[in-house]
Design a protein around this ligand. Structure first.
Ligand code: KIV
Length: 274
């Protein structure tokens, strides 16, 4: 595998991400679960690495993210942080680590932050606002996650598009604003109509929305690394693009992703028919 010509960059900070957002510079995010891929992603210039609980499927071979434990998230966060040099690291709070109380969420977040995460991510609507406020007041940057929230797959009845009807869209917008007002600075918007994601961003201009299957109107984009490298087996969601299709190295594919998000050619709005 060839390695990219690396120009060292300054560590990506929250301040820098906010500057990028204010300037309309798209934010790039990819998942990584180990030191080697974290280094590849960082050197390709990806702004944020998500240590996602998608590792339940990608690394552990589980059928959902539900079985992933906090100890496992801590372990993978440590691995990623060892490989990373400068990207902003977001650690996922797994199912069962924050739902019981805001104190439970604080203890779990401390474990991820002490493993080296710069920010924690939690799934859920307005019911998490109190927790978001509690964490941010204690110096922990929080990324919220709305739309398809995979930890709730059993309650949602599968991996379905969210916010499709008017009532669903209005609820999504209400929850997004509550979470933003509670202090969430970043928000993953997963699998929803592009118009809804655009509206959430317009309602909360300072919020850094990061889309996955949510069209082009978000402040940034995220994909599961193994999906965009086309090494995940099985049927992939249709919003995923195979960045390895043109050949070359893994580094080349990740560099292509960064370029496509920054110049706005990914995602392709014409293919986003939700
Ligand atoms: O766990 C994960 O990888 C995620 C992304 C799909 C956003 O939450």
């Amino acid at each position: 595998m060839s390695t990219p010509a690396v120009t060292p960059r300054k560590p990506v900070t929250l301040h820098r991400l906010r500057e990028m957002h204010a300037q309309g510079d798209k934010i790039t995010m990819l998942t990584a679960y180990d030191a080697t891929f974290a280094r590849v992603v960082d050197e390709a210039g990806v702004d944020c690495i998500l240590v996602g609980d998608s590792l339940g499927m990608i690394v552990q071979g589980q059928s959902s993210t539900v079985p992933v434990s906090l100890d496992e998230m801590v372990y993978h966060t440590r691995c990623v942080v060892r490989g990373n040099r400068s990207a902003w690291v977001v650690g996922d709070l797994p199912f069962g680590s924050y739902q019981a109380s805001r104190e439970q969420a604080l203890h779990a977040s401390i474990a991820l932050m002490q493993a080296g995460a710069n920010m924690v991510k939690l799934e859920g609507g307005g019911w998490t606002a109190d927790t978001v406020l509690f964490l941010t007041e204690r110096g922990i940057p929080v990324c919220a996650h709305l739309g398809l929230t995979p930890q709730s797959v059993h309650a949602l009845g599968g991996y379905r598009i969210q916010g499709r009807d008017e009532a669903g869209a209005q609820t999504m917008r209400k929850h997004a604003t509550e979470l933003s007002q509670a202090g969430a600075v970043m928000m993953v918007l997963e699998l929803m109509p592009s118009a809804v994601a655009r509206q959430v961003q317009a309602d909360n201009p300072g919020l850094m929305t990061i889309g996955i299957g949510a069209g082009q109107g978000t402040a940034g984009q995220v994909l599961v690394l193994h999906d965009m490298l086309n090494i995940t087996r099985g049927k992939l969601p249709r919003f995923v693009r195979n960045f390895a299709a043109e050949g070359g190295s893994v580094d080349d594919a990740v560099i292509r992703y960064v370029r496509a998000v920054k110049e706005g050619s990914f995602p392709d709005e014409s293919l986003h028919a939700y």
